[in-house]
Design a protein around this ligand. Structure first.
Ligand code: ADP
Ligand code: MG
Length: 510
């Protein structure tokens, strides 16, 4: 398990995969690890281990050692409450051994350490679920399979399948299953304080474990339980098994103190707590900064802001419709998130724009707010660029002036320029710039020739559609797609396509 080291155990006897080590191996490790104060052989309660370690204890006694044998029996699924002694040991073994090892390190004698170990075991309960079985090295198929849409409940850590199957639910459902079962198993004399260990069995991802843990913690707190410490990670895996288990240790002061002392082993470390500890009242604000209208826009600018908000609604709708197409385009040489990012960004931008307009914002305040929200929510290169560009366009318009066609030309220029300045791309690099620069040029031409706003937007949008499609022939020289530049040949740049869709939608609205 990787639990040998200062503050943890002195030796580990390793058998073959999923098989008990032999008595003679246990004996030789025990001798090598001996410090002279007696030996505790602790093992999980599997038949092979019980036999081999039992024999090893006899051999060591014959060699003249003081020996105690202890079993870990935390797995509530493996036998009923009436037959606790028959239960298997699983991930709760970490807690049992860590606490006992700390007691030994604190200088307690053999029988005292043995008492602490058994007490901790009596107060430790684990329950687990599997989403998929594990495969022995060299084997062609998994030891067991969990049918699609099901979870196996009460697995062992040596490839033993679950005791029964139930429907696969959300992380919340899994957390409920685990917590409810364990709260039905509260050991005699236990208080309200626990250590919680959420253990991944091999191929559960840390993201999944943490998402589940949040729900576990919420449920425990709601049940009036105080979590004195928690660990989320992989402590006892079963090769590549998909699944997780929850261990609760109902602590008393002694167990809590020994659990919290520092230890250092390859697989589990606990540092000395910082002094002074981190201030838990300091939390990150995960809510976006609120936007307020500090100064109302002029009447004309408010009117323009209303149109901008309506335009952003159109933008949001066209992006939502094309989300998967844009994602597929981005997946050719990028990471496939362009559709999702643009959808998130435009959604947030449209929402804040309408709020600001309601409060009397002018064009600048509306666009600056929309840009900030877009960048915040979209993420990615395009999110940063769109955020900056909307902000620049807003700053070009101000909150006072009428947004006539001349002002629109200025705003479009500011939009495109800010992207070139921030992103450093030029025409031909296969980015959104390739659709934007021709758009800006055509828009300016149309306005100077006296076309209406609607015509100017429509004509310029048409040019940007052609320009975006023409990026098919280019090799990406900027952005994420640059790395796989040649791969991008033959498909259009997602950022250029999304831009042409957006300006087309605005053109159609006018
Ligand atoms: P990410 O590349 O971070 O995953 P997106 O997938 O949302 O972000 O956006 C990719 C698009 O961003 C590209 O198709 C390209 O149009 C645009 N882009 C990337 N880098 C730049 C840049 N430096 N200048 C202009 N546009 C860029
Ligand atoms: Mg991307």
């Amino acid at each position: 398990m990787g639990w040998v080291g200062p503050g943890l155990v002195d030796g580990a006897v390793t058998g073959k995969v999923f098989a008990s080590p032999s008595a003679s191996q246990a004996r030789s490790v025990a001798k090598a690890a001996d410090h002279g104060g007696g030996i505790i052989l602790a093992f999980l309660n599997y038949a092979g281990d019980v036999l081999h370690f039992g024999m090893a204890a006899e051999l060591l006694k014959a060699d003249g050692y003081e020996v105690r044998s202890a079993v870990v029996t935390d797995d509530v699924a493996s036998a009923s409450k009436e037959e606790v002694k028959k239960r298997r040991g699983i991930a709760g073994g970490l807690a049992v051994l860590k606490v006992a090892a700390a007691a030994a390190e604190a200088g307690l004698g053999l029988d005292e350490v043995f008492r602490v170990l058994n007490k901790t075991n009596d107060r430790t309960r684990t329950f687990g679920v599997a989403f998929s079985g594990c495969t022995l090295p060299g084997s062609q198929k998994p030891l067991f399979e969990v049918p699609a849409g099901k979870i196996a409940v009460g697995l062992g850590v040596h490839g033993e399948p679950g005791i029964f199957e139930t429907d696969l639910g959300t992380a919340d459902d899994v957390a409920k299953l685990l917590v409810d079962k364990l709260l039905d198993e509260v050991p005699a004399g236990a208080g309200k304080k626990v250590i919680a260990l959420l253990n991944g069995l091999g191929s559960a991802k840390y993201e999944e474990l943490y998402v589940t843990y949040e729900s576990v913690a919420t449920r425990l707190l709601a049940a009036g339980i105080e979590i004195v410490d928690s660990e989320v990670g992989e402590f006892m895996t079963s090769l590549d098994m998909g699944g997780l288990s929850l261990t609760l240790v109902w602590v008393d002061e002694e167990i809590e103190n020994y659990w919290l002392t520092p230890c250092d082993s390859p697989a589990f470390r606990r540092a000395k707590l910082m002094d002074p500890p981190l201030d838990p009242s300091v939390v990150f604000n995960t809510e976006p900064e609120p936007f307020k209208v500090n100064k109302k826009g002029s009447e004309l600018s408010q009117k323009a802001a209303g149109q901008i908000a309506a335009g952003l609604t159109q933008v949001r709708d066209i992006l939502a419709k094309n989300e998967s197409m844009l994602g597929d385009l981005d997946a050719v040489a990028g990471d496939g998130d362009h559709g999702a990012g643009m959808t998130r960004g435009s959604n947030a931008a449209a929402e804040i724009a309408h709020e600001l307009v309601k409060d009397g914002a002018g064009a600048q305040t509306t666009l600056v707010g929309a840009g900030a929200r877009w960048a915040e929510q979209a993420g990615g290169a395009s999110g940063a660029l769109w955020g900056a560009a909307l902000t620049a366009a807003g700053n070009a318009l101000g909150d006072e002036n009428e947004v006539d066609l001349k002002a629109q030309v200025k705003a479009v220029d500011a939009f495109v320029n800010s992207i070139m300045v921030l992103g450093g791309a030029t025409v031909g690099d296969k980015t959104m710039i390739d659709a934007q620069v021709p758009f800006a040029k055509e828009f300016e031409r149309c306005v100077s020739e006296g076309h209406s706003a609607a015509d100017s937007w429509k004509l310029a949008a048409g040019v940007s559609v052609n320009a975006a499609n023409a990026t098919t022939k280019l090799v990406a020289k900027m952005g994420r797609a640059r790395v796989l530049g040649d791969k991008s040949l033959g498909s259009a740049d997602p950022g250029a396509i999304s831009f042409s869709l957006i300006v087309s939608a605005i053109g159609n609205m006018l």
